[in-house]
Structures are given as structure tokens and as C-alpha cells.
Design a protein around this ligand. Structure first.
Ligand code: NAD
Length: 252
């Protein structure tokens, strides 16, 4: 894959000139870590199921076994996945004071593992799970490991069903994360959108919020998105190649 030198240069200039940069990331930033996204043609995660049936709060309450069976490959990969060069480039940018925060739709915790400190996890994470009966919060990894071994729906000591702290369809976004993300979107003068189809609302409204506040938009995504026409620089390429290339250009 060849990325035009001019585009990398333009992207690096945007970051160089910005005073407050925020990244907005989606599942595409983690595909080079081996975690499939939802909407790429070959990913297949939505192909055999009705998302509203399995990945909604209502669906979970009706049939948690179906949810856990569907999420099994994603959960398994998330336990072992490592940050890729795109995550690491964002961590370096934050370390150098050129990135003030990340708003992520991902639940895989790879931005934290890469070393970023200012991360809003809009759709939750697989770090913890909550009992739907007594609301006790427990660490999720041991529960997921057990499920991967025995295939039974994870239960709390009280007998209630444990739900990972990920946001399902029909659930409200976590208030503090949403507030923080909106503030970050309003405050930034550059938003870098990476690996998101921008089809999941209300998260997908955040780049528009940034744009309305006067921020420039840089999009790095394999496929076209609905915001390409209002973005300042658009790169249709692999984030794990593009972000290190931009970083290298910035450092020159
Ligand atoms: P999406 O699946 O709707 O879109 C992913 C986009 O990333 C696509 O447009 C694709 O072209 C692009 N892409 C794929 N690989 C790429 C790469 N290497 N470099 C650049 N672009 C690439 O993802 P979304 O917009 O995040 O929405 C999906 C929802 O699914 C989110 O709510 C997210 O929480 C959830 N999800 C999360 C994970 C994860 O945590 N890793 C994985 C799957 C789904």
C-alpha cells in the first residue's frame, strides 16, 4: 500500500500546527492487533446474527447465553491482543504533548495498554463486569477466562447474571465518559478520526461537534466515511502504517 507523500506531509502539518488535538478511534484501529471490526466486508461479526437480538440490553436479558456465545471470539482475542503501531503512535504523540486525549468506541483497552493516560471509553470496556441482580462490580478477565473454558454464562456469588461493562444497544452511554468526550470535542482544534465507519450514534456526532467548534478533521480509515467531504485531510489506508508514517514526518 503506497500513501502519497503529500498527504502524510499535510497530516503532519495539521498536527504540528494544532494546539489541542483529540483522537477519535473505532474498531479499525485494532484490526492490525487481530481484533476484527464490525463493518468491514470480510469481518463477518454481524453477518450471522441480528445485532439487536444479541447485542442489545433487551437481547442480553432475554438470552445471555446467545450474547456470550456471539462475543466469545472478540472476548478471547481481547484478552491476548497487543497494541499495534497505530496505538503506539498515539501513545508517543500524547507523551510528546501533541495529543491531549483519545475518545474511543473500542472496548479492548488497547489505548491504555499502549500507555495513553487520557482515554474516554465511550462504549465501556472489558475490564469489569456488573451483576444484574445485586450490582456488584467484579474484574472481567477471570470471568471471561472461565467462560472460555466451560461456556457457561458467568454468574455472581448471589446467583445473578454478570454483564461485562460494555455498552449494548439500547443502553445509555456512561455519563462521565460522554461528558468528558463532548468537552474534549468542543475544546479541540484538531480531531484525528481513526478506524471508524462513523455509523454508530451518538458517538459519531462527536466529530461534527468538533467541526462546528472550528476544529480541523483528519480522517485515517480504510474505507470512505460520510465525513470525508468535510474533512481537511483524508487518508484511505491502514492506520498501523499511516500513523507511524505521520509521526516520523512530524519528528523530522
Ligand atoms: P466499524 O466496524 O463500524 O468500522 C470500522 C472502520 O474501520 C471501517 O470503516 C473500516 O474500513 C476501518 N478499518 C478497518 N481496519 C482498518 C485499519 N487497519 N486501518 C484503518 N481503518 C480500518 O467500527 P466502529 O465505527 O468502531 O463501530 C463499531 C462498534 O463496534 C463500536 O461501538 C465498537 O465499540 C464496537 N467494536 C469494538 C471492537 C474493539 O474494541 N476492538 C471491535 C469490534 C467492534
Amino acid at each position: 500500500m503506497v500513501i502519497a507523500f503529500d498527504t502524510i506531509q499535510n497530516a503532519a502539518e495539521l498536527i504540528h500546527n494544532a494546539k489541542h488535538t483529540v483522537a477519535f478511534t473505532g474498531a479499525g484501529i485494532s484490526t492490525p492487533s487481530g481484533i476484527p471490526d464490525f463493518r468491514s466486508p470480510a469481518s463477518g461479526m454481524w453477518e450471522q446474527v441480528d445485532p439487536m437480538a444479541v447485542a442489545s440490553l433487551h437481547g442480553f436479558r432475554q438470552n445471555p447465553q446467545q450474547f456470550y456465545d456471539w462475543v466469545r471470539p472478540l472476548a478471547q482475542l481481547t484478552l491476548t491482543a497487543l497494541p499495534n503501531p497505530a496505538h503506539l503512535a498515539l501513545a508517543t504523540l500524547e507523551h510528546k504533548g501533541k495529543l491531549q486525549g483519545i475518545i474511543t468506541q473500542n472496548i479492548d483497552m488497547l489505548h491504555h495498554r499502549a500507555g495513553n493516560k487520557h482515554v474516554y471509553e465511550l462504549h465501556g470496556h472489558l475490564r469489569e463486569a456488573t451483576c444484574l441482580r445485586c450490582y456488584k462490580v467484579v474484574p472481567a478477565p477471570p470471568m471471561i477466562e472461565q467462560f472460555l473454558v466451560d461456556g457457561y454464562v458467568p454468574k455472581c456469588e448471589c446467583g445473578g447474571i454478570l454483564k461485562p461493562n460494555v455498552i449494548l444497544f439500547g443502553e445509555q452511554l456512561p455519563y462521565k465518559e460522554l461528558q468528558g468526550s463532548q468537552e474534549a470535542a468542543r475544546k479541540c482544534d484538531l480531531m484525528i478520526i481513526i478506524g471508524s465507519s462513523l455509523e454508530v450514534a451518538p458517538a459519531s456526532d462527536l466529530p461534527l461537534l468538533a467541526k462546528r467548534g472550528g476544529a480541523k478533521l483528519l480522517i485515517v480509515n480504510l474505507e470512505p466515511t460520510m465525513l470525508d467531504r468535510i474533512a481537511d485531510v483524508v487518508i484511505h489506508a491502514d492506520a498501523a502504517i499511516t500513523l507511524p508514517a505521520i509521526l516520523e514526518r512530524l519528528e523530522m
